[in-house]
Design a binder for this molecule. Structure first.
Ligand SMILES: *[C@@H]1O[C@H](CO)[C@@H](O)[C@H](O)[C@H]1NC(C)=O
Ligand SMILES: *[C@@H]1O[C@H](CO)[C@@H](O)[C@H](O)[C@H]1NC(C)=O
Ligand SMILES: *[C@@H]1O[C@H](CO)[C@@H](O)[C@H](O)[C@H]1NC(C)=O
Ligand SMILES: *[C@@H]1O[C@H](CO)[C@@H](O)[C@H](O)[C@H]1NC(C)=O
Ligand SMILES: *[C@@H]1O[C@H](CO)[C@@H](O)[C@H](O)[C@H]1NC(C)=O
Ligand SMILES: *[C@@H]1O[C@H](CO)[C@@H](O)[C@H](O)[C@H]1NC(C)=O
Ligand SMILES: *[C@@H]1O[C@H](CO)[C@@H](O)[C@H](O)[C@H]1NC(C)=O
Ligand SMILES: *[C@@H]1O[C@H](CO)[C@@H](O)[C@H](O)[C@H]1NC(C)=O
Ligand SMILES: *[C@@H]1O[C@H](CO)[C@@H](O)[C@H](O)[C@H]1NC(C)=O
Ligand SMILES: *[C@@H]1O[C@H](CO)[C@@H](O)[C@H](O)[C@H]1NC(C)=O
Ligand SMILES: *[C@@H]1O[C@H](CO)[C@@H](O)[C@H](O)[C@H]1NC(C)=O
Ligand SMILES: *[C@@H]1O[C@H](CO)[C@@H](O)[C@H](O)[C@H]1NC(C)=O
Length: 319
């Protein structure tokens, strides 16, 4: 009886079904149905052992010289951001994956960029990034989802293949910059008023904003790398994560707007609430190692050079 009631309440209050090939009902907000219940409600694979997001402990990060720079294609082209939609759990910008690609940075091949998605907290009162660094949570997180080119930009196909390197997600923390800061995020934010309800979408974004302009100020040669999963059910362990160290700076209005303009829909369509705190909490590492660019050795010191040679030798033995 209690189980039935809980199930019924969950169905009533939860946002509708989200995600690729997902038939489970899942939510962020309901005490009986939030990310802590996903391992039970979506056991395939939210109960896995290589889940995302994680807390990055900088003191435990290991250097890897293979983590070179990326080649970005289409990131400076304002026709690649095609539409912006309220997807009930977030806001998603659809990208033209035939024009947008990434490679390099030790990724196993070329990946097509298919979408951009945001996670946030609640205005200026609580933060909502998914990843954290030494326990610090940022106001927002931008995630660019890239699909290996062998799947031709088809996310469903990549997930169906059960390929642990099928996806590469690029993650950027977003935080408050200078008080008078204006940038292309203001343009993007102004479009949110056009998509207040779940399912709303607009193509007004076309020919206005480039991905580069949204990533302004981020040095894309400095990043963390680890293997993990999607951060929504079914939590597929198919992702090579790249979490950039530099943050995107936005003004307070951008952070406030995102959590006050978008609503989600209950399954029965009866109630609406603002999408807030749409992040999954950090997951256990279970022995996974986070890597990054090696710290540059001081060239003048013989001792440092010797140590770095030993380190390289040790690393080449270890990997
Ligand atoms: C999430 O769900 C768990 C298990 O039902 C519950 O103990 C916890 O209070 C919930 N947290 C929130 C923020 O709703
Ligand atoms: C997760 O749940 C699935 C389905 O119930 C089960 O097959 C699998 O063994 C579980 N995995 C872990 C790590 O518990
Ligand atoms: C770097 O790449 C080379 C060539 O693929 C590989 O042999 C080596 O193990 C990699 N090093 C690390 C630290 O991953
Ligand atoms: C995406 O880009 C390709 C290649 O330039 C183009 O042919 C296609 O029309 C674009 N798709 C959309 C939906 O605009
Ligand atoms: C990146 O682009 C440069 C210049 O076009 C090229 O030389 C290099 O091989 C590319 N790197 C990768 C990993 O594709
Ligand atoms: C914080 O958010 C509240 C509610 O949106 C707003 O009234 C207030 O002006 C914000 N504070 C700052 C410093 O932006
Ligand atoms: C994507 O892949 C799925 C599963 O392989 C397939 O059913 C679907 O038709 C593909 N979609 C497109 C647009 O090719
Ligand atoms: C923002 O304010 C800073 C210092 O208050 C000033 O140096 C800068 O020029 C201002 N920028 C703009 C775009 O107004
Ligand atoms: C969007 O950007 C253009 C310049 O590219 C600017 O003229 C316009 O005012 C911006 N709109 C908003 C709402 O920020
Ligand atoms: C937005 O969604 C609402 C609720 O589903 C719908 O009534 C409305 O027509 C949609 N608006 C647009 C512009 O699609
Ligand atoms: C979009 O790109 C085209 C072609 O490069 C350019 O002519 C146009 O001014 C750009 N639009 C904006 C708003 O920057
Ligand atoms: C980005 O960071 C690298 C490594 O610290 C540095 O060599 C490079 O000059 C930086 N690029 C820019 C544009 O600041």
């Amino acid at each position: 009886m209690i189980v039935l009631l809980v199930t019924f309440l969950a169905a009533l209050l939860c946002p509708s079904v989200h995600g690729q090939d997902s038939s489970v009902v899942w939510c962020y907000h309901v005490p009986s149905c939030n990310f802590t219940t996903w391992p039970k409600s979506a056991p395939q694979s939210c109960n896995g052992s290589s889940q995302s997001p994680i807390n990055i402990v900088t003191a435990s990060v290991q250097g890897n010289p293979n983590l070179t720079s990326f080649n970005f294609t289409g990131f400076n082209d304002n026709s690649t951001l095609m539409s912006i939609a309220n997807t009930d759990d977030s806001v998603v910008v659809k990208l033209n994956s035939s024009k947008m690609t990434v490679q390099g940075g030790d990724l196993p091949g070329l990946y097509n960029s298919v979408q951009l998605k945001l996670h946030w907290g609640n205005g200026n009162s609580s933060n909502g990034s998914e990843h954290t660094v030494d326990g610090k949570q940022y106001p927002m997180e931008l995630q660019i989802l890239n699909v290996h080119s062998k799947y031709n930009g088809n996310l469903t196909a990549a997930l169906a293949a059960n390929d642990s390197t099928g996806l590469a997600v690029f993650s950027f923390f977003m935080e408050l910059g200078a008080k008078n800061l204006t940038n292309k995020w203001d343009n993007l934010t102004s479009l949110l008023t056009l998509i207040p309800y779940s399912g709303n979408s607009t193509t007004n974004i076309m020919n206005q904003v480039t991905m580069d302009s949204l990533l302004e100020g981020v040095n894309r040669t400095k990043y963390y790398r680890y293997r993990g999963s999607l951060t929504i059910p079914n939590c597929n362990e198919a992702v090579i994560w790249t979490v950039f160290k530099d943050t995107i700076k936005v003004n307070q209005d951008v952070i406030n707007s995102i959590s006050t303009k978008l609503k989600f829909k209950a399954v029965d369509g009866s109630s609406e609430a603002l999408i807030t705190n749409n992040f999954r909490g950090v997951q256990p590492l279970n022995g996974r190692v986070v890597t990054s660019q090696p710290v540059a050795a001081a060239p003048s010191s013989a001792t440092t050079s010797t140590i770095s040679i030993i380190t390289v030798l040790l690393l080449s033995r270890l990997f």
